[in-house]
Design a protein around this ligand. Structure first.
Ligand code: IPE
Ligand code: IPE
Ligand code: MG
Length: 253
């Protein structure tokens, strides 16, 4: 309206931001978050689950279609056994307590990683949550649990090798699409953005193949402190990035 001060124009949160189709998150820093507060590392993992709930909500609100979170790496087995079992129990509790809410929110859950070495009762739980949410059409939440990207690629190579040996596949037909389809993330687009919290700047064996053209955003806060404002800051950073995919930038043509 004429004469109305510009300051009164209220933008919707997230307006003007480019929304990634697929977001990957390395949820790091739970242990340090807890230690800095004189608490046990495991308490940091409990807080981390709360941040994950928040993140799922922001992804739904802002229209992210795929969210992949790194929750336990194949290398994390080297931690003290009490911490490992605590994290495993946390996954069980998360599935049990959040399943109904995820179903209500039309979230499809996939647990990516190897089932090898997991307790049969945990495998059953994982299969169950995948089956119960399979028909959902909203956000796809992929939880990378007992996941290592090098092992994932090696497993894909074994699978293709077996197909060749059985005479079902011509080696000349092994291309990027075929290999991609043999990974745990088959059917998902590659991540547009990968966030890592707590200041570390490495992938630690997360989505090596899939990250070929991802934008990396490293943030300093520990995972339990990652909130909606952090999420919006990441989207703002992503919006300003110029993704060229080997081509030339808009302003260079
Ligand atoms: C991330 O937090 C969660 C897992 C790896 C399971 P960390 O437990 O790695 O926390 P820091 O990095 O030691 O602070
Ligand atoms: C990567 O974090 C794995 C997860 C967040 C689940 P780590 O804490 O295990 O990675 P490094 O050891 O610092 O590289
Ligand atoms: Mg860590």
């Amino acid at each position: 309206m004429a004469g109305e001060p510009a300051a009164s124009v209220k933008l919707e949160p997230g307006a003007g931001l480019k929304i990634p189709r697929h977001l990957g998150v390395i949820m790091d820093g739970n242990g340090r978050w807890a230690r800095q507060r004189g608490r046990r590392r495991t308490e940091g993992h409990v807080e981390g689950v709360k941040s994950l709930r928040g993140l799922v909500e922001y992804c739904i609100t802002y229209g992210v279609s795929y969210l992949t979170v790194f929750s336990f790496s194949s290398e994390n087995w080297s931690r003290p056994s009490e911490e490992v079992s605590f994290i495993f129990n946390l996954l069980r509790r998360f599935v049990a307590s959040d399943l109904q809410r995820l179903i209500r929110n039309n979230v499809r859950v996939r647990i990516i990683g190897t089932r090898e070495g997991l307790d049969p009762s945990l495998v059953k739980l994982i299969d169950d949550v995948e089956a119960k949410t399979q028909a959902n059409t909203g956000l796809t939440l992929a939880v990378a649990f007992n996941y290592g990207s090098k092992a994932e690629i090696a497993a894909a190579a074994r699978h293709l090798g077996r197909e060749v040996a059985a005479g079902r596949l011509n080696p000349d037909d092994i291309d990027e699409q075929r290999l991609g389809d043999a990974l745990y993330t088959a059917g998902m687009p590659d991540p547009d953005v990968i966030i890592r919290t707590s200041g570390e700047q490495r992938l630690s064996n997360f989505l090596l193949w899939q990250a070929a053209y991802s934008e990396f955003v490293f943030v300093n806060e520990h995972w339990p402190d990652f909130d909606e404002a952090s999420f919006l800051r990441v989207l703002d950073t992503y919006t300003r990035r110029d993704r060229r995919f080997g081509g030339v930038g808009e302003d260079q043509r």
